[in-house]
Design a protein around this ligand. Structure first.
Ligand SMILES: Cc1ncc(COP(=O)(O)O)c(C=O)c1O
Length: 411
């Protein structure tokens, strides 16, 4: 109490200064600070930066109905701690989804539900990667995964991707080098469909070669597939998890891109023996038991039709953005990916583009994009940018892409 009889509220405020805590940081927290995507200070008029799903595509009404239906059926059960491995209904739905879209058979006991596939991937890194361990990843690769990987402190060996996905000859070379050094690769992290950011889908030949290499060199594969259902054209290929007969593949998936990133539901699909160790890195109480139920109730009645609709939505956006870029850049030496699905275009800038000036022009026009270097573990990507066509509507994809392409030529 102060002199006037009022509580001394000052003492309850957060401290004005933070005591020095650097010396208390964990080894993991001290690893090189990851590169982050520079965000513009004004909210962008053209959001081509992150892999955000289209908010117009979210099934608002359907989710309201699913919530009511679920609560009527499950009541209080939905609002307490859940199965540590994840709600069984959702794990069954994931198995059904794999069967429906990829003809892959798996069982609920192989699935561990996590808070988005971002957390799912980090469970796998936590379970298998110690500081200093060698791992192989793609260059370029998804910047979010790269940040998580860096926090585990491994020696990162990167290999290029081409039109057929990860270059398996380069993987073999890295594995041979490690073997000569008397070392072993802990895991190979690969994004199989519509690779983020470069766009290719791994060919069947490469998938088979990668699995053969994992067996020959006694390592694991972490297969990341966040976009597989959103295939606009081309043939769906079997997942590495389905091709492997030796229990060497862990597969990560998510509902972020087909239902909504805010539901924060992803998972690992893993050989049964690995499930307990992967799950042990979760805090317990099950991941989002409530949302798992809502998502399951919605998806079990609507999944095929909803995904079919999304394919049309995202295809139109990709095509609009490609058109805008092509109209301006067609007589230049710029290269532009044409992914068969997913959310992103990967662009090699026309020779002579001044990257700093391009960034300034983009700020003026309030166009957000992601510069290439954030996708590389060991340097590179200066001549590239990634554009997400997922968030904006087709007219803005077209218009913003044209503006940015013009900025490339004048920068
Ligand atoms: C390749 C890839 N993997 C994983 C994720 C993580 O997604 P989430 O944590 O929302 O499931 C993303 C999101 O952009 C991604 O592009």
């Amino acid at each position: 109490m102060n002199g006037a009889g009022r509580p001394a509220s000052r003492g309850m405020l957060s401290p004005m200064t933070t005591p020095p805590f650097d010396a208390l940081l964990s080894t993991r927290a001290r690893y090189a600070v990851p590169l982050t995507t520079p965000r513009q200070s004004m909210s962008p008029l053209f959001e081509f930066g992150g892999g955000y799903p289209d908010p117009v595509s979210f099934p608002y009404e359907g989710m309201i109905e699913a919530t009511a239906k679920m609560m009527a059926a499950e009541g209080a059960q939905a609002m307490t701690y859940g199965d540590p491995q994840g709600y069984i209904g959702l794990r069954e739905l994931i198995c059904h989804k794999y069967q429906l879209f990829e003809m892959m058979k798996t069982r609920p006991e192989n699935i561990v539900v996590a808070n988005g596939s971002g957390q799912a991937l980090s469970l796998a890194f936590s379970a298998f990667v110690d500081p200093g361990d060698a791992i192989i990843i793609e260059a370029p690769t998804f910047s979010g995964s790269l940040n998580t990987i860096r926090r585990h402190g491994p020696r990162i060996l990167d290999v290029p991707v081409d039109d057929e996905g990860i270059v398996t000859d380069a993987v073999r070379e890295r594995l041979q080098t490690l073997r000569r050094e008397g070392r072993r690769c802990k895991l190979i992290y690969t994004i199989v469909n519509f690779q983020n950011p470069a766009g290719p889908s791994q060919s069947l030949r490469r998938r088979q070669e990668l699995i053969a290499l994992a067996h020959e060199y006694d390592t694991l594969i972490l297969e990341d597939d966040a976009y597989g259902e959103l295939r606009f054209e081309g043939e769906t290929l079997p997942p590495l998890y389905a091709l492997d007969r030796g229990g060497r593949v862990i597969r990560a998936g998510t509902l972020s891109k087909i239902l909504g990133a805010g539901v924060r539901l992803g998972w690992l699909c893993a050989p049964k023996d690995m499930v307990p160790v992967l799950q042990s890195f979760l805090f317990g109480g099950g991941t989002n038991p409530f949302m798992s139920r809502v998502a399951t109730y919605y998806m079990k009645d609507n999944m095929a039709a909803h995904v079919q609709r999304l394919i049309g939505v995202y295809r139109a956006k990709r095509d609009a953005m490609l058109k805008g870029l092509d109209e301006v850049l067609r007589d230049t030496d710029a290269t532009i990916s044409r992914p068969e699905g997913g959310f992103f275009l990967w662009i090699k800038l026309p020779s002579g583009t001044d990257k700093k000036r391009l960034a300034e022009r983009a700020v003026e026009a309030r166009i957000q994009y992601t510069p290439g270097p954030v996708f590389y573990a060991n340097g590179g990507g200066e001549d590239y940018i990634r554009l997400a066509f997922s968030y904006e509507q087709p007219d803005k994809c077209y218009e913003g892409a044209r503006m940015l392409a013009k900025a490339m030529l004048s920068a």
